[in-house]
Write a protein that binds this ligand. Structure first.
Ligand SMILES: Nc1ncnc2c1ncn2[C@@H]1O[C@H](COP(=O)(O)OP(=O)(O)OP(=O)(O)O)[C@@H](O)[C@H]1O
Length: 546
């Protein structure tokens, strides 16, 4: 039994201290004695349930309780007068983590900054690494951090024990909260609360004082007092467990609450109660990082930013429109290719969040040069852009300045490598994205290069997909899924189904996926070249001025 780890010593049987409480009749003094801190108790309990239970290490040993003491008195979570300065609460940089047992890498370079008072939502397909990310933040023993950093309020979390992380102000609500047989909710919360008080050097609350504190929080989550007498999560329904997690958060307080699928299994009323409780806890000083699959939670708890996780990385960041897009079109709307588009923006956002500009520099350099960094490339499915593709040489004016409406992205198809190689280096203006399809080649490949007429107004210039030289740049590999996503994306953007994407279509398409790029950025994008040896080629084509 998991409770065996708790070293509990009850002077009375559990049944003897399960009075019926009501707000008008405070509970009698508790007669339970824990010989371990509540947080340690829950760590032990969780550790006992962990397949990788082992001795404590600084990196990943005992699991952090989702519901242990926080250095912050929950009452102190009240707004402090609205400090205007943005203070980073959590800074995650290039975080990598493996499963201890198998050494399989799950987190492959997560970057994220959460400021005080912000609500961040992490979304992503099943198995993309969301829960692992949250568990690594709190120090789950199943995972080992192999790279990067987690800084919480200026402290390096990676070298801290899970319990220390909790005491530092982290709270995590697990996807599947564990039961603690033999420990009532009331006892658990009381002990956890007082452990925090001790840690803070503040006077502990006696059971009666604590009970009145607790009752006010019960109201917040709309829970009945009966739950206080039941053992922690034992026999609780899925929804009750989730509600109970939020009760723990409300009672214990936290500066950063990590909520893993807090909406799963909740009926509509419970969802509203939980959301209301979470909103009630939000202040300008504390933040929430929540994992969810559904827009519905975000209707109640408004996120500052939404992050999309894929394959152990955050590949996109945006506002609520991103979640709406997902709800409507699914993850196909956010393919590895669109990640390539987003990457610089994520970087810029993160950098500005950090105030350090590092990511933005990286983004700027990759964006400005039309060359994705290795890291960026690997972050979206290893679609690495080779040097050949990078146009370090400035593009001709006519390309850089051509009116957006007149840039064309051609019919997606595959050009055999031999054909590609045999093309003479004639022109290098238009960028054509080609994705393998069954469409036959219809373009004239022999049209001679036509020099742009400098006298012709730029908006009159037309980009032609004919008379081209193809210059392919091959990425290492794109998965079938990524290729499928690429095709879907092409179809989505190619509004008139012509097989060609005009600048206008691209602009509208990008807007649909929540990417509000400037026209100059879209032009940059159109000149970006990345492809896969087998499946995708970014081809430079000719521009003529006819
Ligand atoms: N302890 C573990 N042992 C084995 N595999 C694991 C472990 N933890 C995570 N994984 C694997 O890592 C991947 C990411 O899992 P994770 O739970 O983080 O995904 P998720 O994005 O939260 O998914 P979901 O939306 O389904 O909850 C999955 O393939 C999962 O099977």
């Amino acid at each position: 039994m998991a409770g065996a780890n708790l070293h509990l010593r009850h002077s009375l049987s559990t049944a003897q201290f399960l009075p019926t409480f009501s707000s008008s009749s405070p509970p009698p003094p508790r007669r339970v004695q824990l010989r371990t801190s509540p947080s340690r108790a829950l760590f032990s309990n969780l550790r006992a349930n962990s397949p990788t239970s082992r001795t404590t290490t600084r990196r990943s040993n005992t699991i952090n309780s989702s519901s242990v003491s926080s250095p912050v008195d929950s009452d102190s979570l009240v707004a402090d007068g609205g400090e205007a300065r943005k203070i980073p609460l959590l800074e995650v940089k290039d975080l990598r983590a493996v499963i201890v047992e198998s050494r399989q890498e799950i987190l492959k370079g997560v970057n994220l900054v959460v400021y005080e008072g912000e609500v961040h939502a992490v979304m992503g397909k099943n198995g993309s690494g969301k829960s692992t990310f949250s568990k690594v933040l709190v120090g789950h023993p199943d995972y080992e951090v192999t790279g990067g950093s987690i800084v919480f309020k200026g402290q390096n979390l990676v070298d801290m024990e899970p319990e220390e992380r909790s005491l530092a102000g982290l709270f995590m609500s697990f996807q599947s909260p564990v039961a603690i047989p033999g420990v009532s909710n009331m006892d658990f919360l009381n002990m956890a609360f007082n452990a925090r008080k001790r840690k803070l050097g503040q006077p502990e609350l006696d059971p009666i004082q604590f009970y009145s504190h607790l009752v006010s929080k019960l109201e917040v989550v709309n829970m009945k007092t009966d739950f206080l007498n039941r053992n922690v999560n034992e026999g609780f329904s899925g929804g009750e467990r989730k509600r109970n997690e939020i009760l723990q958060l409300a009672v214990l307080g936290a500066e950063l609450a990590i909520l893993d699928e807090i909406d799963s299994g909740l009926d509509v009323d419970a969802l509203q109660d939980v959301a209301k409780a979470v909103n009630g806890l939000l202040t300008p000083k504390n933040s929430v990082l929540m994992i969810t699959h559904y827009q519905r939670l975000l209707d109640y708890i408004k996120p500052t930013l939404i992050h999309i996780m894929e394959n152990g990385r955050i590949i996109k960041t945006g506002d609520n429109s991103l979640a709406k897009l997902l709800e409507k079109e699914g993850y196909k709307a956010i393919s590895a290719v669109s990640a390539a588009i987003w990457r610089p923006r994520i970087g810029a956002e993160q950098a500005s969040s950090h105030g350090k500009g590092e990511a933005s520099k990286e983004a700027a350099s990759s964006h400005g040069k039309g060359e994705a960094s290795k890291e960026a490339a690997s972050s979206h499915g290893k679609a690495e852009v080779s040097k050949e593709a990078s146009s370090s040489e400035p593009l001709p004016d006519q390309v850089q300045n051509k009116p957006p409406e007149q840039v064309t992205m051609s019919n997606p198809r595959t050009i055999p490598e031999a054909e590609t190689k045999s093309k003479p280096e004639e022109v290098k203006q238009e960028v054509v994205v080609q994705v393998e399809t069954t469409k036959p080649e219809t373009k004239s490949e022999t049209k001679p290069e036509t020099k742009p007429d400098p006298n012709k107004p730029k908006h009159m210039r037309r980009v032609s997909s004919a008379g081209l030289r193809t210059e392919s740049v091959i990425a290492e590999s794109l998965s079938e899924e990524e290729i499928a996503g690429l095709k879907e994306m092409f179809k989505m953007i190619d509004a008139d189904n012509s097989g060609q994407i005009t600048f206008e279509e691209l602009k509208v398409g990008l807007k649909r996926v929540g990417a509000n790029l400037k026209e100059s950025e879209i032009l940059d994008l159109m000149q970006a070249k990345s492809n896969d040896k087998q499946h995708c080629q970014f081809v430079k084509n000719n521009i003529d001025n006819t």
